[in-house]
Design a binder for this molecule. Structure first.
Ligand code: ADP
Ligand code: MG
Length: 432
């Protein structure tokens, strides 16, 4: 594994065995263990996780690697190949929400959150000891492919292993690790994101998409379902277009969308918008043919939207409810072995995110448009939006032609060249 070798070398360079740094009982390279966790790309179900909805991510082949050497004291030393000059040293007992800034918050935050988990389950946070770690990643940064979750989850499986918690061995345990990673991101790194990214990084399976049901009351084990998504077998490829456009989830836009959804649910007397999606789907379920179904869906949704005070919240809610329905429809197609028929649902998702949820960007619209014109079966923005990445489902033999067409369209529009990668549903976080 090239990534694992590289991070091992980086570790040796960052922490030469000089014996001057206290805490290591035996500081040989043999104590260094390597873990990796993937970035993710969401097939459909965008901005639904924090609405107790459904999403459908796959794990990318692109992974974040961490080389980690346990210490006997509580010191944590961190370095990252992606953050040269921003090494960090601290002590676990000083890590808490608000106490760590910069990229180290994602790592130290996971140690803190796992400590909280231990305390909450009657054990001691002191079970988690300090460590020296070096990070190296090939998950593009801030591209909507969740480099942050890849970082958190690589560290989560690492701490789990060296502390002997055994959580990574079962899906239930992985759900616990995901919860800790989410807590690290929300509370220590201060990014109010939903739970999709960490669940994907820890719980996806190769050749499958992960259907994640984000309803808060669900047993985490019941909240996921593996949906076969063998692109190659269907002659398909999933092209990821990294627009390289400015993208910052830790800004007001994301929080604003979230707040609007929560306020709308409260106005409707519901705990979350998933409850609305379920009741709208229920009202339409009794109808027979597709046209009648669509009319009944629109009528039930319209009746709810009429109760909202303003056009903006009506459009935000319409996106969430229709996106949850599209996710269910897309999963039904995959279950029926009809992966090549999902394109129109991806297209509709993009239109909804662009027009109703207003989280697209010029670069994303250009990418999606050009990909479709060049023969993509469907294309949409993915991730939080305002930049980041788009995905295009393409017949495998058209992948490079579609990439060329998108690059050409960017150039004609005067945009900086995008990056491309092919997404294959890959393995979750684990030891290397
Ligand atoms: P995304 O998750 O979409 O890539 P985010 O803004 O959520 O974008 O996360 C990016 C942040 O995560 C970076 O700014 C950095 O703080 C942290 N991060 C991710 N990967 C690494 C890495 N390999 N080394 C150091 N920090 C990282
Ligand atoms: Mg992120």
């Amino acid at each position: 594994d090239v990534g694992a070798d590289r991070v091992r070398q980086a570790f040796a360079a960052a922490y030469p065995a000089d014996g001057t740094e206290g805490g290591d009982e035996a500081d040989g390279a043999s104590d260094v263990r390597v873990y990796a966790a993937p970035g993710r790309v969401n097939i459909i179900g965008e901005h639904t996780d924090y609405n107790a909805g459904l999403c459908l991510p796959i794990a990318l082949p692109h992974r974040t690697y961490v080389a980690l050497r346990p210490r006997t004291d509580s010191v944590v030393r961190l370095a990252s190949a992606q953050e040269p000059g921003a090494a960090w040293t601290g002590r676990l007992e000083d890590v808490a929400p608000g106490a760590v800034t910069g990229w180290a918050a994602y790592v130290a935050g996971v140690a803190w959150a796992l400590g909280q988990h231990l305390e909450e389950t009657g054990r001691s946070a002191g079970t988690i000891r300090g460590f020296d770690a070096v990070v190296d990643s090939c998950v593009p940064y801030g591209a909507g492919l969740s480099s942050s979750a890849a970082l958190e989850c690589s560290v989560a499986v690492g701490i789990d292993d060296v502390a002997g918690l055994g959580l990574a061995a079962t899906d239930a345990g992985r759900a616990t690790l995901a919860a800790a990673a989410i807590r690290a991101e929300n509370e220590v790194a201060g990014a109010p994101t939903g739970g999709m990214d960490q669940s994907a990084s820890l719980r996806c399976a190769p050749g499958h998409a992960l259907l994640l049901d984000c309803r808060p009351g669900l047993d985490p084990v019941d909240a996921v379902e593996q949906i076969p998504f063998d692109l190659a077998a269907e002659g398909l490829a999933l092209l990821v277009i990294d627009t390289r456009a400015e993208h910052a989830l830790v800004d007001g836009q994301y929080a604003q969308r979230r707040a609007t959804c929560e306020a709308a649910a409260a106005t409707l007397g519901l705990a979350n918008l998933r409850e609305l999606a379920d009741s709208v789907a229920g009202a339409a379920a009794a109808t027979g043919d597709p046209a009648a179904h669509e009319a009944a869906f629109a009528e039930a949704l319209g009746a709810a939207l009429d109760r909202l005070p303003d056009d903006v919240s009506r459009r935000r809610v319409r996106h969430v409810v229709t996106e949850i329905a599209r996710t269910q429809d897309l999963v039904a197609l995959l279950r029926a072995g009809r992966a090549s028929d999902v394109g129109p649902l991806m297209d509709a998702s993009h239109a909804s995110l662009r027009d109703d949820y207003e989280v697209s960007a010029l670069e994303l619209d250009v990418a999606v448009e050009a990909a479709r014109e060049a023969g993509a079966l469907g294309a949409r923005m993915t991730g939080g939006g305002f930049g980041g990445s788009a995905i295009a489902l393409v017949p495998a033999e058209r992948a490079s032609a579609v990439a060329d067409a998108v690059a050409g369209a960017f150039s004609r529009a005067g945009l900086a060249a995008p990056g491309f990668l092919l997404a294959v549903p890959s393995a979750p976080a684990g030891a290397c």
